[in-house]
Ligand binder design. Structure first.
Ligand code: SF4
Length: 94
């Protein structure tokens, strides 16, 4: 089981979650533009498309950049801090 490392794809600002498996979440790395690919379909048909690298949630690379917290996350963390601070003050007062 994965433990501890936080500088991983799922926390990176370039991660785009696309799904999951029994092994964990899967996403696209959008650090760079997608790569063009071709697929031969029926005769005389070539399908052209573009793909981003698929990465697992615990993978990482040297281009990692922390994903900024969203407003909701910030407010939730502030509420936890305020609750802890209130509990600490109440304990001191008693
Ligand atoms: S491969 Fe690197 S840049 Fe891409 S999501 Fe993972 S850590 Fe971020």
């Amino acid at each position: 089981m994965y433990m501890g490392k936080t500088n991983v794809c799922e926390n990176c600002k370039f991660w785009n979650e696309t799904g999951g498996t029994d092994e964990g979440l899967v996403g696209e790395c959008r650090r760079n533009s997608p790569s063009p690919k071709t697929l031969e379909g029926s005769p005389d048909t070539i399908i052209r498309f573009a793909v981003w690298p698929a990465v697992g949630q615990t993978q990482w690379c040297g281009d990692y950049e922390e994903r900024p917290m969203e407003t909701k996350e910030i407010l939730e963390r502030m509420a936890v801090i305020e609750k802890l601070e209130s509990a600490r003050k109440a304990k001191r007062a008693s």
